[in-house]
Write a protein that binds this ligand. Structure first.
Ligand SMILES: Nc1ncnc2c1ncn2[C@@H]1O[C@H](COP(=O)(O)OP(=O)(O)OP(=O)(O)O)[C@@H](O)[C@H]1O
Ligand SMILES: [Mg+2]
Length: 456
């Protein structure tokens, strides 16, 4: 016998009931005999009196027992159903406790919110659950919508997430729970889009933490609908869920803030320390070359080469600082920045035929910039070009950057670049993105360097 069943059998009958049940039959018997003597005895023959009295007593006790057992079984039923309700509540509270454990798993904010929806769904026995997160600035618009119970295909078929009109908006506006047997019957209901699974029973409520709305929880399709007890449990759950979401958000904000601060600090250190030192070294190198006219050619070339390498290194560091400070980089702005730092850009024309360069990932931009820098430097140093054109074009499959110069040109052999690293390095950078470098050059007409890279 289970513990709850034993408890069920030990429920004592209250004493007034016992007293009544004991006294009533006695009084009944006495009354029957009294009435019999007063009204029956004077009218009935003596030989009938004894059987008649027996009959009356039998019928009386029978009726009495019938009524008493009826009352008792009614009581029993009431007690049993009260007990069942208590058990359900206890199960609900147990589930709630488990749900609280399940909710506090670590992860980022999105994982935690998704987990809250899943747990809410399991806790209530609802078929579907959803959690709406509102826009920070406009507290009536749904910004994010997390669901549980819907397959990705179902979500695809429904198409758009709700925006917060209709019944969901009703919960948002009134900041209180709404529980319905059939959500379609509510005046605020505006119906579902096509391809939406059937949803009837509904329980929606705000997740409040310190009077602040952390989101809204919606549960639908519980067999036999949601009861007041379900609502009570879900309200308790909602309070914990709101606290969990609030703390997750708090930590995320702090983490993002700390990371940004740290990035800023690294960026500053690099800029003020490393970059300035490198700049100083380049300046003294250039001074050295300029002021010592008696330097032999080899040394001068070598020093120039070092200075050029330092320039590239500085570009790389600057780019790194920029990528620390912002998550997205505008290729066009970064390119202009880089060219400007190389010196006057009067000889350069830039053409961007479309704006898809805005979709470039910072790492791709990084390799593109350094490759362009090399090509421009070659055009100036080796080709003595008067004019350099840089062109951006793209198709759905590729994007292309072409650097054209009107310089002296050269005979290009892909294998003869052992001692020269510029072209080799740019080729490696472009091939990293599955791209190709095409160089066409003719003596006197100039050089064209093209980087052609697939988007994916
Ligand atoms: N635009 C150009 N116009 C004329 N000649 C060029 C041009 N680009 C490259 N060259 C020739 O090709 C050679 C190889 O270039 P590459 O950039 O690989 O090496 P580098 O510039 O000589 O040295 P590094 O780039 O390693 O400092 C150059 O030395 C130069 O002769
Ligand atoms: Mg070069």
């Amino acid at each position: 016998m289970s513990e709850s069943a034993r408890r069920r059998h030990n429920v004592p009958v209250p004493w007034p009931w016992r007293l009544t049940a004991t006294l009533l039959p006695m009084i009944g018997v006495v009354l029957t005999i009294l009435l019999f003597h007063m009204y029956i005895v004077p009218h009935v023959a003596i030989s009938w009196q004894y059987p008649l009295l027996t009959l009356m007593l039998v019928i009386g006790t029978g009726l009495f027992s019938y009524v008493v057992f009826g009352i008792l079984s009614q009581q029993q039923t009431a007690i049993l159903s009260a007990n069942e309700r208590l058990e359900k509540q206890r199960d609900g509270l147990n589930a709630l406790r488990e749900a609280s454990y399940a909710m506090t798993t670590v992860g980022d904010w999105t994982d935690i919110v998704q987990n809250v929806v899943d747990v809410a769904c399991r806790l209530t026995g609802a078929r579907y659950a959803a959690l709406a997160v509102l826009d920070d600035s406009d507290n009536y618009t749904i910004r994010q919508f997390f669901t549980s119970g819907l397959t990705p295909e179902q979500i695809d078929r429904i198409g758009q997430y709700p925006t917060g009109r209709g019944l969901l908006g009703e919960v948002i506006r009134h900041r209180r729970p709404i529980r319905l047997q059939r959500l379609q019957d509510h005046p605020a209901s505006i119906g579902f889009p096509p391809n939406h699974p059937k949803m009837e029973s509904f329980l929606g409520l705000p997740l409040l933490y310190q009077a602040q709305v952390m989101g809204h929880l919606y549960l639908t399709e519980k067999e036999e609908g949601f009861t007041a007890d379900d609502q009570a449990i879900v309200e308790l759950f909602a309070r914990q869920a709101a606290a969990v979401i609030a703390s997750a958000r708090f930590y995320q904000e702090r983490e993002v803030f700390a990371t940004l601060k740290e990035r800023e600090r690294i960026g500053r250190d690099l800029h003020d320390g490393v970059l300035q030192t490198l700049y100083g070294i380049t300046l003294s190198l250039d001074n050295l070359v300029d002021s010592h006219e008696n330097l032999d050619d080899e040394t001068a070339t070598e020093l120039n080469r070092v200075s050029e390498t330092l320039g590239l290194l500085m570009t790389e560091i600057r780019f790194f600082i920029q990528s620390l400070e912002s998550t997205s980089i505008d290729f066009r702005i970064a390119l202009t920045d880089m060219l400007r730092r190389l010196g006057p850009m009067d000889d350069i024309t830039m053409t961007f035929r479309d704006e898809r360069y805005l979709e470039l990932h910072p790492k791709r931009i990084h390799d593109l910039l350094l490759s362009i820098q090399e090509a421009v430097s070659n055009a100036r140093v080796h080709g003595h070009a008067e004019h350099i054109k840089i062109e951006w074009t793209s198709t759905d499959e590729f994007y292309q950057v072409v650097i054209l110069d009107d310089g002296e040109g050269f005979v290009y052999h892909p294998d003869t670049t052992h001692t020269h690293f510029g072209i080799r390095n740019m080729t490696k950078r472009i091939e990293r993105w599955d791209g190709q470098v095409h160089i066409t050059s003719q003596k006197q007409t100039g050089t064209t360097v093209a980087f052609k890279i697939p988007w994916l």
